[in-house]
Design a binder for this molecule. Structure first.
Ligand code: CDP
Ligand code: MG
Length: 763
């Protein structure tokens, strides 16, 4: 028995003094695992060998000493040096779980990274995933009481801070990939800085880990915390720029891939593109282009897509060994003067006057990835990087109140990260599909997400974490006042914040859901409209990605399949139809999805999300089964359902200009309905889930509504004095007028009825 397992029995004695570190000795002389008391598996020893070679291992002692002496450490290192996988293990071994009383956590901006790294570390530590090593991501928790090392998304740690403002279960908090500057990471910086100087002065340690950029900024922010760099050996990477800008970067990428594959020495290729559709499309094109070469020209290759929405099992393919090299033997005729002539391929044994020469066609992985491969996943063996210089970024325009994902140029810091991916195993090459002049003009760093996002949801979370003054919070980079005001405004209109900017009861409820406040408000109101189950399904379907599959080869069939679900008045109801049908076909959901061109994985995810949302709704006492038989009364269902949508989305309404042309109500943005919509009718008012900015302004996932409901449900927002003079204002005035006329009549009728009652006595 080691000290760790004895610890709980002696905890009363020890708790009187300052808690002592309880070292965990892995790989000890007894050959038994200190946590499970079992012998180690073979895999453990195998992984140990690779771990020992990681650059970070050499700095272990140095790092632990620094941790002992400091509250905050800034740790940088090239991607792949072992920060994410090893640092939490070093800390655990050094005793910072205090005999199982405290946990160590490590945040990741991406769900996949948290999941994959937790899986890897559980293997390295030889424990079952979910026990001593676990992970928590939105809608998925694989951790338990026993968990000592937890990987979680930065957003989930923020959620935890909402219920436990001091994050008291953690002794060490690691903020990883800090250079990504996601909103949640930025808010965590402020929160941790505050905790370190107040309630957790003595018993919390914080480690900020990032790629080899920006460490000075973090050091200054955390009162000159020490900085440690753990970069190991990296090989030089030669950079190639284009002489002239490339018009079509996809075509350019494909051309470059083929050139490398056919003519460069051994090594895998990594191409950075911007999103799922583009990647899938490019995989298909590249495959068809390469298959035009004969097998003896193209050798072996494997084209592998890699993006966040891909299931884990598919993502693992990027980590499998490269395909085999292919050796081609060619007969070359030797002329009498000794020079070679044209030869036939293949064949064994040389004849007189002939020579056989061997050429090796290198087998390669060609990985086509989003930014996910920039820092959060490390794939060994990459020697060639192709970088078109673009990525998809979320941009919020507070004036237009539009949040959109735009393909934008990356920063030079990102470009250098991408380049670095080529020099992990040996000298590499990076092909930048832009000119050197363009590179010099790139922004130095990516703008932090906090400065370009809709903060509606974040703001409620911050309030719930006990942060009172959002304007004067100690941000690493403060967002503009305009952004903060927009967020305050949205939550105020929804009823989540009162006049003083404090959380209302509704605000607390809204913040309980890991969703945009509009969606949460709609869920909360569903009990009132007797349609909890329907709204739960819709919220889940809106929270996951698009469920409709439209393969290039079968577009017509896919469209026909989709048409069967479509509701002419509401894309939201279309989604509900899909979910209901899917749910009804419980026995063979997979084949049902295939036959109906529905993405099975998306539906599984929607099911999971729905279940989680149901639990929150139920916990808040806001769920009830409807007593209306909607199967018999579809009109009533539609009415209740649509009104409930308006409860959340009354700020996302467009007013008709003509036919399919609309204008958003307050900001007067000219918008058209997205071509993917199944609406067959167009009426004066339309509610939309999303404003998409591409070549035009589109509104996507729309439902026709009655203007009456707007002034009924949100009179404070539809206060005519807040509208500019024009068509929309006149239309709202008219609704109010009709309404007051109606109310007056209603009063007259009621008083008439009362008079009758008085005359004849009560019935
Ligand atoms: O965090 P950093 O980029 O410094 O490195 P890491 O993620 O800790 O990776 C260290 C090593 O573990 C890499 O060489 C990867 O090959 C390996 N690893 C893995 O095999 N599977 C993962 N999910 C994560 C890392
Ligand atoms: Mg890492």
């Amino acid at each position: 028995m080691n000290e760790f397992q004895n610890y709980p029995k002696r905890s009363i004695l020890i708790s009187l003094t300052k808690p002592k570190l309880v070292k965990l000795e892995f790989n000890n002389q007894f050959g038994f695992h200190p946590l499970t008391n079992q012998p180690y598996s073979e895999q453990y020893y195998e992984l140990l060998k690779t771990r020992e070679k990681l650059p970070i291992t050499a700095t272990k002692e140095n790092f632990l000493k620094l941790l002992e002496d400091n509250q905050v450490i800034i740790l940088t290192g090239e991607t792949g040096s072992g920060k994410t996988t090893q640092i939490p293990q070093f800390i655990l071994e050094a005793g910072y779980s205090y005999g199982g009383r405290k946990k160590i956590c490590c945040t990741q901006p991406r769900r996949v990274a948290a999941l994959s790294v937790a899986t890897r570390v559980s293997q390295e530590m030889d424990v079952e995933l979910g026990n001593e090593v676990g992970y928590t991501i939105r809608f998925e928790d694989k951790s338990s009481q026993r968990t000592l090392v937890k990987y979680l998304t930065d957003g989930m740690l923020l959620r935890e801070a909402m219920t436990d403002n001091n994050l008291s279960k953690y002794s060490v908090i690691i903020i990883d990939e800090a250079h990504e500057r996601t909103i949640s990471t930025d808010i965590l910086f402020g929160l941790l800085k505050q905790l370190l100087s107040t309630t957790r002065k003595d018993d919390l340690k914080v480690i900020i880990m990032s790629a080899t950029i920006e460490h000075k900024l973090f050091q200054e922010y955390f009162n000159n915390a020490p900085h440690l760099d753990v970069s190991g050996r990296v090989y030089p990477v030669d950079i190639f720029y284009l002489e002239e800008p490339e018009e079509d970067y996809i075509a350019g990428s494909i051309k470059t891939c083929i050139q490398i594959h056919l003519s460069e020495p051994k090594g895998d290729i990594l191409l950075f593109l911007t999103g799922q559709d583009e990647i899938e499309d490019c995989c298909e094109k590249l495959n068809s282009r390469l298959s035009q070469y004969s097998p003896n020209e193209r050798g072996n290759y494997k084209i592998i897509p890699l993006y966040a929405a891909l299931p884990y099992s598919e993502q693992r393919k990027a980590f499998l060994p490269s395909p085999n090299d292919k050796i081609i033997k060619k007969k070359i005729k030797i002329k009498k003067d000794g020079k070679g002539g044209e030869g036939a391929e293949g064949g064994e044994g040389a004849e007189e006057g002939e020579e056989i020469i061997e050429t090796t066609l290198y087998g390669r992985k060609i990985i086509i990835a989003t930014n996910i491969a920039e820092t959060s996943l490390t794939i060994e063996g990459i020697v060639y990087v192709i970088d078109p210089g673009l990525s998809k970024q979320k941009v919020f325009n507070p004036k237009k109140r539009v949040e959109s994902l735009l393909v934008s140029p990356i920063s030079s810091a990102s470009a250098n990260q991408r380049k670095g991916r080529a020099g992990r195993t040996r000298r590499g090459k990076c092909f930048r599909l832009y000119t050197e002049k363009t590179f010099k003009k790139l922004e130095k760093q990516t703008t932090p997400e906090l400065l370009r996002s809709n903060l509606g949801n974040v703001l409620l979370n911050m309030k719930k974490m006990g942060i009172k003054d959002l304007l004067h919070f100690d941000y690493l980079s403060p967002p503009s006042i305009e952004l903060l005001i927009r967020a305050l405004e949205v939550n105020h209109y929804l009823g989540g914040l009162d006049e003083n900017g404090e959380l209302t009861e509704l605000g607390h409820q809204i913040a309980a859901f890991p969703l945009d406040p509009q969606l949460s408000k709609m869920l909360i109101m569903s009990k009132h409209y007797k349609c909890c189950d329907e709204i739960l399904s819709i919220a889940a379907m809106l929270a996951v990605s698009n469920c409709f599959v439209r393969p290039k080869k079968n577009q017509n069939l896919a469209d026909q399949a989709k048409a069967r679900f479509e509701d002419p008045q509401s894309d939201h109801l279309t989604l509900l139809n899909v979910y209901k049908e899917y749910d009804r076909n419980k026995k063979n959901r997979n084949s049902w999805c295939r036959n109906n061109f529905i993405n099975y994985r998306t539906m599984l995810q929607a099911d999971n999300v729905r279940n989680q949302l149901f639990q929150i709704l139920n916990r808040l006492n806001l769920y009830s089964l409807s007593d209306i038989d909607y199967a018999k009364n579809k009109t009533l269902l539609k009415l209740n359902f649509k009104k409930c949508l308006v409860e959340g989305f009354f700020m996302q309404i467009a007013h008709q200009l003509d036919n399919k042309n609309y204008s958003t109500v307050k900001d007067k943005q000219h918008v058209v309905i997205h071509p993917s919509s199944g609406l067959a009718l167009f009426t004066e008012w339309i509610l939309f889930n999303e404003f998409v900015l591409t070549d035009r302004n589109y509104i996507r996932t729309c439902t026709l509504i009655d203007g009456q409901w707007l002034v009924q449900i949100a009179p404070h927002y539809y206060n005519v004095t807040t509208f500019r003079k024009g068509r929309t204002r006149s239309a709202i005035e008219l609704i109010f007028l009709k309404r007051s006329f109606f109310m007056k009549n209603l009063k007259n009728i009621q008083s008439l009825q009362n008079k009758k009652k008085n005359r004849f006595g009560s019935f």
